[in-house]
Design a protein around this ligand. Structure first.
Ligand code: HMG
Ligand code: MG
Length: 314
C-alpha cells in the first residue's frame, strides 16, 4: 500500500492483475479523425510530442486512408515526418496497399489494418464485404511483415453493431483468427459503439482463447458511450490482458459508425491503474495539462472525469 500524493488515488494492489499495462494511445488518430473541424498539422504534432513527454510509449499517429473518406487526417504526409523522430512507437492505420505504400515511404515501423466483425460496418467503413476487406488486408499484412514491420489488426464492432445489433461471438472469433493467420502480431478488440459489458468481455476473451488466440496477442479498445469502459477494462485485466487502448482526454468516436462516442479517456485509465498499483509509466499531471491544452484548441472541455477533477483542483 502506498500513501497517496495529493490528487492521486491510494495504490492498493488487487490480486490476479498484471504488474504493468501498455497503454496504446489513440487520441491523435481515433480522437482527431472524428472532429468536425480540421485540426492544424502543427497542433497535431505538438499533441503527439506532449503525449510522448507525458510518458506514453505507443502513440497511434494518423491514418493513410483515402483523404475523401477521412479529411481530418488528410495531412498524414505532412504530420508523420514531424513526429517520426520521437523515441516512441508510432503506429499508423493503413487500409490497403496504397495506404501501406504511403506509410512505408515515410518510414513507418508499425502499421494497423482495421477489419470489422460485421458486414454492415465493413461496407460503411471500407466499401467492401467482410471477406473482400480481409482479401484487401492480406497483401498488406504480407508485405508489411516481409519488410519487418509490426502489424496490428483491429476488429471493429466486436461487441455490437449499430445496424445489426448484437454480434455473435463466433463471428468475431472468425475475423480474429483470419487476421492472426494472415500474420498480424497483435489484435485489438474494438467496442466501436461502447455497448460491451464486463461479462461479455470475459465471454469473448474466453472464446478467443478456446479458438487458439493467445491472450498476449490481444488488446482491448473500449469506447465509453454507456460509461462501461473502465469496468470492461478491469474485466479484461482480470483475464490477463496487458494492452489497453485509450485516448487522451477521451477524444474520439468514428465517422462511419452512428452513435460512437469518445474512447476510454487515458487519464481515467491511468487513475484506475495507479489505484491498483499497476505501472504505466505515464505522468498523470503532464497528461492532464496536455488534454486541457488540446481541449482549448478544440474549443470544448474534455469529457474525462479525471481531467475535470484534477484540472479544477486549486
Ligand atoms: P474505395 O473508394 O473503395 O477505394 O475506398 P478504391 O480502392 O476503389 O480506390 C478509389 C481511389 O482511391 C483510387 O484513386 C485509389 O488510388 C484511391 P483513383 O485511381 O480513383 O484516382 N485510394 C487511396 N488514396 C489514398 N490513400 C489510400 C487509398 N486507397 C485508395 N489508402 C478505402 C476504400 C479503404 C480506401 C476507403 O474506404 C477508406 O479510406 N476507408 C477508411 C475509413 C476509415 O479510416 N475509418 C476510420 C478508421 S476505423 C475506426 O476508427 C475503428 C477503430 O478505432 C476501432 C474501433 O473503435 O472499432 C480502429
Ligand atoms: Mg475506435
Amino acid at each position: 500500500m502506498t500513501t497517496p500524493e495529493l490528487g492521486l488515488p491510494m495504490a492498493v494492489p488487487a490480486q490476479g492483475l498484471p504488474a504493468a499495462v501498455r497503454i496504446y494511445e489513440v487520441g491523435a488518430r481515433d480522437g482527431l479523425q472524428n472532429e468536425k473541424g480540421t485540426v492544424p498539422t502543427e497542433v497535431k504534432a505538438e499533441f503527439i510530442h506532449r503525449l510522448a513527454d507525458a510518458g506514453l510509449t505507443t502513440i497511434e499517429a494518423t491514418s493513410f486512408v483515402h483523404p475523401k473518406w477521412v479529411p481530418q487526417l488528410a495531412d498524414a504526409e505532412q504530420l508523420f515526418p514531424r513526429v517520426s523522430e520521437l523515441p516512441v512507437a508510432l503506429p499508423v492505420l493503413v487500409p490497403n496497399e496504397r495506404g501501406l505504400d504511403r506509410a512505408l515511404a515515410l518510414g513507418a515501423r508499425q502499421v494497423a489494418v482495421f477489419a470489422s466483425a460485421t458486414e454492415s460496418f465493413a461496407k460503411a467503413n471500407l466499401n467492401r464485404t467482410l471477406d473482400e476487406s480481409l482479401a484487401m488486408f492480406e497483401p498488406v499484412v504480407n508485405r508489411a511483415k516481409t519488410e519487418g514491420r509490426h502489424v496490428r489488426g483491429y476488429i471493429s464492432m466486436s461487441f455490437g453493431d449499430p445496424w445489426e445489433g448484437a454480434v455473435p461471438i463466433p463471428q468475431v472469433v472468425r475475423v480474429c483468427r483470419a487476421l492472426l493467420d494472415m500474420g498480424c502480431d497483435e489484435l485489438s478488440l474494438g467496442d466501436t459503439i461502447g455497448v460491451a459489458t464486463a461479462g461479455h468481455v470475459r465471454a469473448l476473451l474466453s472464446a478467443l482463447n478456446e479458438a487458439g488466440v493467445p491472450t498476449h496477442t490481444l488488446g482491448v479498445h473500449f469506447h465509453d458511450t454507456y460509461g462501461q469502459a473502465l469496468a470492461n477494462t478491469l474485466a479484461a485485466l482480470q483475464h490477463g490482458i496487458t494492452t489497453v487502448d485509450a485516448s487522451a482526454g477521451g477524444l474520439g468516436g468514428c465517422p462511419y459508425a452512428k452513435s460512437a462516442t469518445g474512447n476510454l479517456a487515458t487519464e481515467d485509465l491511468v487513475w484506475m491503474l495507479r489505484g491498483l498499483g499497476i505501472d504505466t509509466g505515464v505522468d498523470l499531471d503532464r497528461l492532464i495539462t496536455t488534454s486541457v491544452w488540446m481541449a482549448e484548441q478544440l474549443g470544448r472541455p474534455s469529457p474525462s472525469r479525471t481531467v475535470r477533477a484534477l484540472s479544477h483542483k486549486e
